[in-house]
Design a protein around this ligand. Structure first.
Ligand code: ATP
Ligand code: MG
Length: 373
């Protein structure tokens, strides 16, 4: 099916009304417009609206004439990050003199005395080294001091409570970052967000609203990532004929799951991913959704011998099982008593099939031989 517009599915699209993030937006505006603005740290998992909310915040700051926002997504290198700021806001600093000091200087020249200058740093965890981020934000803070009202907003998937690992005590005590939390959306919220996009893409009679809750349920299960919801929606719209119906959505979700598991397996430490894959294979071969830790462990050690890679030690394997269970990939249950005690692993049947499909595409020998155990 060809919709009126594809753009509402893109990451750059700005919906006319921000849904379910008004608390965060208001908080940001309150902190920023206070006579002594606070610095902020927006924390939330991927696809939960941090960047979108910050973009709408910027528009609002400028629309209200409070000042100007400078948004930058952190690159691996500080120089690339500064270059992006320089280019995107035409700061006109010559390449070879590019530094945080020069950026501040140019921003000060570009703004008025009473303006609020707000620097939004997205994804600082992309930096090659946190030391770079630490030094840069400290410098920004120092250079604006006494020149402009300044507020720094960082947005990241990193936990607020772990920040002291990354920033020097001096930076932490100067910046006094205030947390802004972006919790996961629940299923009804996901339905409304998706519906908002569909309104701009299709006529009301071109989609069956009944197909949205199953999409929301799936997205909720994987953490509420709206980007994933929109990607699946795109597949569903492409597959639909005259009207987007339940079957289109089910098939799109299945394809979305395949892709999701592929990236998920690839992002896990290779031995953990392999243990998960073996657990799925074990249950599949028995035509069940349940296996046990010793069985998987046995397979793991046998394959290690066969393929000639170093297996993880026993304790590390147990640790991996616990971590995988924590992520919800399977559930663990201790059964039996005394020496008969055994931990059972239970996988969701659909997950099991997707894990196997995704796992078959990985070159395990290569992946496992690359890591030191
Ligand atoms: N509350 C919302 N209303 C409408 N669209 C939303 C909402 N939250 C997220 N989205 C959409 O979901 C996608 C991802 O959102 P966004 O880029 O803001 O996530 P993020 O929290 O910055 O994720 P990441 O940590 O991966 O950068 C975007 O297309 C965005 O428009
Ligand atoms: Mg983002």
């Amino acid at each position: 099916m060809q919709p009126k517009l594809w753009s509402p599915l893109s990451d750059e699209y700005k919906p006319p009304t921000l849904l379910y993030r008004n608390v965060q937006l208001e908080k940001m505006l309150n902190y920023a417009t206070h006579p002594l603005p606070s610095n902020m740290f927006g924390q939330g998992d991927k696809g939960l609206g941090k960047t979108l909310t910050a973009r709408i915040f910027s528009d609002e700051v400028e629309a209200r004439g409070i000042g100007k926002c400078y948004y930058v997504k952190w690159q691996r290198k500080l120089t690339s990050t500064l270059k992006d700021l320089n280019d995107n806001y035409t700061l006109k600093i010559r390449g070879y003199t590019l530094s945080t000091a020069e950026i501040c200087h140019a921003i000060i020249n570009q703004t008025d005395k009473n303006d609020l200058c707000c620097l939004i740093i997205d994804e600082p965890q992309n930096a090659y080294s946190w030391k770079d981020v630490d030094r840069a934000i400290f410098d920004f803070y120092e250079h604006f001091l006494g020149q402009r009202k300044f507020c720094l907003i960082m947005l990241s998937q990193v936990r607020f409570l772990t920040l002291s690992q990354y920033f020097a005590p001096d930076t932490m005590s100067r910046l006094r970052l205030k947390p802004i939390l972006f919790p996961s959306y629940d299923a009804p919220e996901i339905v409304e967000i998706v519906k908002q996009r569909l309104q701009y893409m299709l006529e009301p009679n071109q989609y069956d609203e009944q197909a949205l809750p199953i999409l929301a349920k799936h997205v909720r299960r994987i953490g509420g990532d709206i980007r994933e919801a929109l990607d699946i929606l795109e597949i569903a719209v492409k597959e639909a004929n005259n009207k987007l119906i339940m079957e289109d959505m089910i098939s799109a979700i299945e394809q979305g799951k395949d892709r999701w598991w592929k990236t998920e397996l690839a992002s896990l430490p290779p031995h953990w991913a392999f243990l998960l894959y073996l657990s799925a294979l074990e249950t599949f071969e028995r035509n069940e959704t349940m296996t046990t830790q010793p069985r998987v462990m046995h397979q793991y050690n046998r394959t290690a011998k066969e393929k000639g890679f170093d297996p993880l030690g026993r304790r590390m394997v147990y640790y991996a099982f616990n971590k995988l269970a924590e992520k919800g990939y399977f559930s663990q249950e201790l059964k039996g008593k005394g020496r008969q005690r055994i931990t059972e692993l239970t996988l969701d049947e659909s997950d099991r099939n997707h894990i196997i499909r995704a796992g078959k595409e990985i070159e395990w020998e290569f992946a496992l031989s690359q890591v030191q155990t």
